[in-house]
Design a protein around this ligand. Structure first.
Ligand SMILES: Nc1ncnc2c1ncn2[C@@H]1O[C@H](COP(=O)(O)OP(=O)(O)OP(=O)(O)O)[C@@H](O)[C@H]1O
Ligand code: SF4
Ligand SMILES: [Mg+2]
Length: 326
């Protein structure tokens, strides 16, 4: 068994591109490019970055809902794209997805029982008494009364609906769950309940998480390691404590400096200074150059590789002039 449960090498997802019938080039967007990431069994890997930086695109690649246009993704040693094509149910038993908008992710015309039964029937092959027992266990695992099984999604609050979304992911008995902004739509007090449940389930079911959020304080509290994304690439990666205490990349610095004030949520700011470059016309070299206080001419030549360390190989930044070197 490989050490890493998930191994992503040089992953790319380009949208558009190609040529018209008359040979004219069509514009392309690189939603994800040059992404390399290993996630170990039992780890919580946080992924942060502002809106449009490619977090959900990466998440969809990892669960096989979308295919990379370049690079490879291996899960437990097996090529994920090949497995998604040959045996999508097998892949669904390995990795599951929890969506940002809990209510919209549940079919409004189906009861919770029908929603949770689908993976138990199609992915686990459970029937009769065994399925009924498992339904009750799943509801209990997310602190919901089994009596709620025959209700419809609109009868639940956002936090309850997200717990049902988590129970649906658990029903497949996966090794990994990709959580895409799982608490962003919830009030802070409800966020804490859902985060506590996720923490407990991780131990109980031996899960590995990829936890995506644009809320730095949430990512800091749940992650073992964190990857910071900017404009489709990972620009800094390392142990969460290190990255938050000693950020190397100027973008991570900017995020943390504009972050926490007690009582305020540390969300990535959405003011005009935080706009990403035009995806159809990316700048040459480092994509953070236009916003970077440390940029020099070398930064305009080529995108810096994710290999700048401060002596610790596990903490790397993609920057020609990282913090900590001066
Ligand atoms: N199907 C698509 N067709 C064309 N472009 C797309 C498509 N899906 C995503 N993109 C583009 O890819 C980039 C990354 O989008 P993505 O949804 O992955 O970002 P995100 O980090 O999840 O943002 P958010 O925080 O708002 O959810 C954006 O520029 C987006 O417009
Ligand atoms: S490579 Fe240059 S422009 Fe990019 S983040 Fe580092 S210092 Fe700034
Ligand atoms: Mg998203």
């Amino acid at each position: 068994m490989p050490e890493a449960l998930l191994e992503i090498t040089d992953a790319e997802r380009r949208f558009g591109g190609g040529r018209t019938l008359f040979g004219k080039s069509l514009p392309a967007v690189h939603a994800v490019q040059g992404v390399a990431l290993d996630v170990k069994k039992g780890e919580t890997m946080g992924v942060v970055g502002e809106s449009g930086c490619g977090k959900s695109t990466l998440a969809r690649l990892i669960v096989g809902l979308d295919k990379p246009t370049g690079g490879t993704i291996r899960f437990d040693g097996t090529d994920l794209v090949a497995e998604a094509k040959a045996d999508p149910r097998k892949l669904a038993r390995k990795v599951q997805y929890v969506f940002q908008d809990p209510v919209a992710s549940l079919n409004p015309r189906k009861t919770i029982r029908t929603i949770l039964e689908a993976p138990l029937i199609h992915l686990r092959g459970f029937d009769g008494q065994k399925r009924e027992e498992r339904l009750r266990e799943l509801m209990e695992a997310v602190n919901l009364a089994p009596e709620f099984l025959d209700r419809y999604p609109h009868e639940f609050s956002g936090g309850q609906a997200q717990r049902i979304g988590i129970a649906r992911a658990l029903a497949a008995d996966p090794d990994m769950i990709v959580l895409d902004e799982p608490v962003s739509a919830l009030d802070v007090s409800v966020q804490a309940q859902v985060l506590n449940i996720l923490d407990r389930l991780k131990d109980e079911f031996g899960l590995t998480y990829i936890f995506i959020s644009h809320d730095l304080s949430v990512v800091e509290s749940v992650s073992d390691r964190v990857a910071v994304m900017y404009f489709g690439r990972i620009v800094e990666i390392g142990p969460a404590k290190e990255v938050f205490a000693r950020p190397r990349h100027p973008y991570t610095h900017l995020l943390l400096n504009s972050a926490p004030v007690p009582g305020r949520k540390s969300l990535i700011p959405e003011d005009t200074n935080t706009e990403l470059p035009d995806p159809y016309n990316p700048p040459p070299g480092c994509s953070f150059f236009a916003r970077c206080p440390r940029g020099t001419d070398v930064c305009k030549t080529a995108f810096p590789p994710l290999d700048q360390t401060d002596g610790n190989e596990n903490h790397r930044a993609a920057c020609y002039h990282p913090h900590g070197d001066d």
